[in-house]
Design a protein around this ligand. Structure first.
Ligand SMILES: Cc1cc2nc3c(=O)[nH]c(=O)nc-3n(C[C@H](O)[C@H](O)[C@H](O)COP(=O)(O)OP(=O)(O)OC[C@H]3O[C@@H](n4cnc5c(N)ncnc54)[C@H](O)[C@@H]3O)c2cc1C
Length: 151
């Protein structure tokens, strides 16, 4: 399964992380993003232990921890009523916590790594469909153009 030619739609955190993991696994990866410049959407983000495991595998967890804030407990009150009280410590397997981070910080860490890896990012490309070409598929874009076939 090495050496596949893989296209990924979208430069969000998932697209960028998937691109890095596939690139490191020996595949040829190309990202297609509809925005003219890749950029984060929204403001804050809370990363859970599953997301942290992926960032750890990518060697980026320390960087994310430096730019984010550790969350050990979520506590919410509406007037004088407690509506949310969740402790990560209640997950007894091991020390667990969340990370609160600005999307721009997470995006910058992942996007810089994609650039360093030399992964190609085509911007201004909105995917609308794909069509079979033998065992592969070609991507169709909003402007009517079609890509080379990808695995
Ligand atoms: C108000 C709000 C709060 C949230 N808070 C959290 C939170 O705290 N924690 C959490 O984990 N999640 C949260 N989410 C969900 C969060 O948005 C996702 O977890 C995260 O952004 C998903 O990443 P993604 O890469 O899959 O998608 P996105 O971040 O949405 O990125 C998708 C990318 O694909 C591009 N794209 C889309 N369609 C096309 C197309 N057809 N062709 C080409 N490019 C395309 C977009 O331009 C974008 O760059 C929140 C969502 C909202 C709306």
């Amino acid at each position: 399964m090495r050496g596949l030619n893989i296209a990924i739609a979208g430069c969000g955190p998932c697209g960028l992380a998937a691109a890095l993991l596939l690139h490191r696994a020996g595949h040829q990866v190309t990202l297609f993003e509809r925005f003219d410049t890749p950029r984060p959407i929204g403001s804050g983000l809370m990363i859970q232990p599953t997301g942290m495991a992926v960032l750890d595998q990518l060697g980026m967890l320390d960087d994310v921890l430096r730019r984010g804030s550790r969350i050990d407990r979520l506590f919410g009150k509406a007037e004088d009523r407690v509506v949310l009280d969740v402790h990560y410590a209640a997950l007894r397997h091991r020390a667990m916590f969340g990370i609160g981070i600005h999307r721009a910080s997470l995006f910058a860490i992942l996007h810089e790594a994609v650039q360093r890896a030399g992964i190609t990012v085509h911007t201004g490309r909105t995917l609308v469909d794909s069509e079979p070409v033998g065992a592969q598929r070609a991507l169709r874009f909003a402007d009517g153009e079609t890509s080379i076939p990808y695995d």
